[in-house]
Design a protein around this ligand. Sequence first.
Ligand code: CA
Ligand code: CA
Length: 464
Amino acid sequence: MRLIQYPLANLVLFFLVLSYAPFLPCASASGYVLHVFGNANLDGIVDQLDIASIKSMIDGSEKPTDLADANFDGKVDQADVYQVEDIINGTENNLTILDGNGQPITIKEPVNRVVAEYLDNADLMQILKKTDVVVGVDLAVAKSPAEFPVLSTRTNVGAMHKEPDYEKVLSQNPDLLLVFSNVTKDKQANLPGVSVLFAGLYYPDLRNPEISAFTDAVRKMGYIFNARPEAEEYIQWHIDHLAKLKNATERIPDDEKPTVLVAAYPNADEKTLFTFAQIDTLTSMIELAGGRSIAADLPDFMKSTYRIEVDPEWVISEDPDYIVLLVVATTYSGLVLEPPSGYDADNATGIIQAREAFMSRPEYSNLTAVKNGRVYILSGNLRNDASKGLIGAAYLARILHPEQAELEPEALHQEYLQRFMDLDYDLDEHGVFIYPPLIKGEGKLAGVPDSYYEAAEKDKPVER
Ligand SMILES: [Ca+2]
Ligand SMILES: [Ca+2]
């Protein structure tokens, strides 16, 4: 049986972004600020009110703000009024924004040639209906034709993690490289004439999506690509559904919230496990689903590192109600991993075997979750791509609280694929996302193709 063979590579994807310290100026502690220069009044949009504000700043009746210098030339004057008019009309020649690290970056407009790294950027270009300007993609996108039928056919520039092929990127003559990781310095130095943008998609903060760096990134990309209505429609959908999940969770008393171990799927020869800290999307997914991560008691939980190494003895002493183990099909470092999962997989045998292999380990045999079959294998597609924290949380909510969960996860997932990704992809027939799946009855499952109904009935966990 061939199972996960590259555990460390598997982890690379999640733990690349180690320094979480985006500095972003804020108008108020709770208010959202669109980080586009020209948003002089520090609200969520560039509009006529910013022109009025800049005029007041020029005549001295208002104090200039950090984003009032719309053309980013070091002074606030009439030229900034013209620049804001151009931004409103979508006719600006340059747009300066603060990137996901809080650093100013000026992008030459219009952007006609883009190279997009990894699944989240590719997702967004598809959501913004701007696949036409994408001329190159990294290996992971190229290997994901089911999710990216158009983008996967663009020039594959290879894995962009450790030693990117800069010549290959430059040969595409791009205006802009959309990067996955927040480390942009080397790429900027090696790609003269190309804007290297970490927009901030990596920080979805499902607990506070209204002010998250992710939401700001989507909105900024709406400005960069002249796709503001598409960005707004998607942001509202995302925020609304997260709010529904949150409202449902808040009604559940704490003592009815099951305990959950969420960890990366461990290789057979790995004795330890990697669980996730508070800042990781997986942890907020468990919270939104009405669970409690057992990692919350660890001293490193609140620190800025995403992963926390734990040993089996700790898991045994915590004895969680549920175990959720993450698998990834294509990593940022360019590996295609076993077992197959996600949109390009229709065969669930690999994750079924991975689950059995974990459950048959002697060190875990006495765990409550193992004895009751409450061990789940979760595809990275329900965590890593643009919206998938939301969608993954919806699946987990149905698992942890079948009677209370607000959203029907497969319907939500299908809506996302059709409405935002423009995909003709039938979740009844395709995709391996979570196992055991949800049994909807009458031959219908959510999480793997319906053809696994018999297997799902056999592997159905004991109810809590
Ligand atoms: Ca404004
Ligand atoms: Ca200026």
